[in-house]
Design a protein around this ligand. Structure first.
Ligand SMILES: *[C@@H]1O[C@H](CO)[C@@H](O)[C@H](O)[C@H]1NC(C)=O
Ligand SMILES: *[C@@H]1O[C@H](CO)[C@@H](O)[C@H](O)[C@H]1NC(C)=O
Ligand SMILES: *[C@@H]1O[C@H](CO)[C@@H](O)[C@H](O)[C@H]1NC(C)=O
Ligand SMILES: *[C@@H]1O[C@H](CO)[C@@H](O)[C@H](O)[C@H]1NC(C)=O
Length: 468
């Protein structure tokens, strides 16, 4: 009897988790659509690199043989790079990188590289041998794969590259090409002209087509719109169309579109998730254009701003109405408004932390003269692997590296108290909090199974998730 009801409970839990999984998967499909665009961007330099290698027989290699390879093998547990085999040079060290998972148990395999967005419990390289390094690359939005954001999972890794400035290879400025571009006044529309344009334009622009993400930004903006005019061009809270020639083809980086945005006094720069150090092009774009960002996202955003007066930082505890009042005041007072552009007009970038970060950054953004961050990540791991191989040779104890909880962490998503929009129950608004809670259970289960150091089935995983 007891066995029967246990079984029933298990089936019930399985159904519950499957339906939950479906919802999340649906969302993930939407996400992946956006994510693929990004991978294409990554792949551009990668493809260039591969082409240049074809011309260079020295770097074109065959996979190592069973007899043992001269080079440490590093296996990408993800199709991210698309490279079946490449001998990478990292200063004086060389490593063989591959996405071919059959090298899991090869004696030369030293490290596994994971990509956060497709990190999947279904087939982890378990058992993990004593010397196996695990490294995580996750540059995506926190809304992508919450499981990784809990201490039991992030601390599985030895090496990290994430948006957090605490990770081993911080990608915090991954959306910022250069300080020159940031400070450039090329797009700046003079204030006198912005004032004239105000006859037809709202003081603020909003352009968002990913509606109701974990930050619940649309609820805040909807409320804000009751107190100040906002021109909203994107799918979310849409109230203004782009000029006809731009309507179909417009991408955010098109010069004609940037010219339209540059005419505004303010742009609502609201991230899709709220975590320290998670700053994206939403912040940098208005700064580049000479428009004042009204920013909501990383609570520590001031650490990354070009100067101490370059953005209006939204306090989520304050009602949108008082933000509207403040923006109207700036809109009506040229001197107060221009104080926010002082850094662009005269002072330049003065934040020492940002200056240092950009000076020391080893990778470039859309800059073929520099390495991209995936190469730099691969080499970080390759060099650390070599460091331990040398120590081993010299009879020293190997060094250990360990990811800490702070390398990838976000508070649970919260919704504002404002009412739903017209789409109401169909929106994703309520799902993020649940998804986060669920991911905490999954993280605990995953850690437990990984610590057993045996491969496991998806069924075992879900059983473990609901075991507590
Ligand atoms: C992956 O590596 C194995 C050898 O371990 C090889 O037989 C196989 O052809 C490789 N797969 C691809 C797609 O290259
Ligand atoms: C802001 O920066 C300016 C110039 O860099 C400096 O003179 C001023 O004291 C700073 N203000 C605050 C509140 O930190
Ligand atoms: C990698 O992390 C695991 C788990 O924390 C640890 O046991 C191992 O010693 C670490 N290896 C290296 C090379 O740092
Ligand atoms: C676990 O690994 C063993 C041996 O490597 C393999 O035979 C088995 O099919 C694997 N099981 C799962 C669930 O992947």
């Amino acid at each position: 009897m007891a066995r029967l009801s246990l079984k029933r409970l298990f089936v019930f839990c399985l159904c519950l988790s499957v339906s939950f999984f479906l919802i999340i998967t649906l969302q993930a499909v939407v996400e992946l659509g956006q994510f693929e665009g990004k991978v294409q961007r990554h792949k551009l330099p990668l493809k260039d690199r591969l082409q240049s290698q074809d011309l260079n027989p020295l770097t074109r290699t065959r996979p190592p043989t069973e007899a043992g390879s001269r080079y440490p093998l590093i296996v990408w547990w993800s199709p991210l790079t698309g490279e079946m085999g490449r001998l990478g040079e990292c200063g004086k060290n060389k490593c063989f990188f591959t996405i071919n998972k059959t090298y899991h148990n090869h004696p030369s395999t030293q490290a596994f590289l994971f990509y956060g967005t497709d990190f999947n419990i279904e087939s982890l390289p378990l058992p993990r041998k004593a010397g196996h390094h695990w490294a995580l690359f996750h540059e995506e939005s926190p809304k992508n794969n919450y499981k990784l954001f809990h201490p039991p999972v992030i601390t599985l890794f030895n090496h990290t590259a994430t948006f957090s400035h605490r990770s081993h290879l911080p990608l915090t400025t991954q959306y910022l090409e250069s300080l020159e571009l940031l400070a450039s006044a090329a797009h700046l529309v003079p204030l006198s002209q912005k004032n004239r344009l105000r006859r037809t334009l709202a003081p603020l622009a909003y352009v968002q087509s990913d509606c109701d993400p974990p930050s619940d930004r649309d609820a805040f903006v909807r409320e804000l719109m009751r107190h100040i005019r906002v021109d909203s061009y994107g799918a979310c809270l849409h109230n203004r169309d782009l000029p006809a020639p731009l309507r179909d083809s417009a991408t955010m980086d098109e010069p004609a579109f940037l010219r339209i945005l540059a005419q505004y006094k303010f742009i609502l720069a609201f991230e899709n998730a709220v975590c320290d150090d998670y700053v994206t092009e939403k912040l940098w774009r208005p700064l580049k254009l000479g428009v004042v960002p009204v920013y909501y996202g990383a609570p520590n955003v001031r650490a990354w701003l070009p100067s101490n007066r370059s953005a209006v930082v939204v306090d989520p505890e304050e009602p949108p109405e008082s933000l509207a009042r403040y923006l109207k005041r700036l809109d009506e007072n040229d001197q107060e408004y221009e104080a926010y552009l002082e850094w662009k007009l005269r002072g330049g970038v003065s934040n020492p932390a940002l200056l240092t970060e950009m000076r020391n950054r080893k990778w470039g953004v859309q800059d073929l003269a520099k390495e991209n961050y995936i190469d730099v990540f691969e080499c970080m791991v390759c060099n650390r692997v070599w460091e331990n191989l040398r120590r081993q040779e010299e009879g020293l104890t190997p060094k250990t590296w360990q990811a800490e909880a702070s390398h990838l962490s976000c508070p649970p998503p919260r919704t504002f108290g404002f009412p739903d929009g017209p789409t109401g129950g169909a929106s994703m608004r309520g799902v993020w909090g649940l998804s986060y809670k669920q991911s905490r259970l999954e993280a605990r289960a995953l850690r437990l199974l990984a610590d057993r150091n045996r491969n496991f089935t998806v069924e075992q995983f879900w059983k473990q998730v609901f075991a507590d």
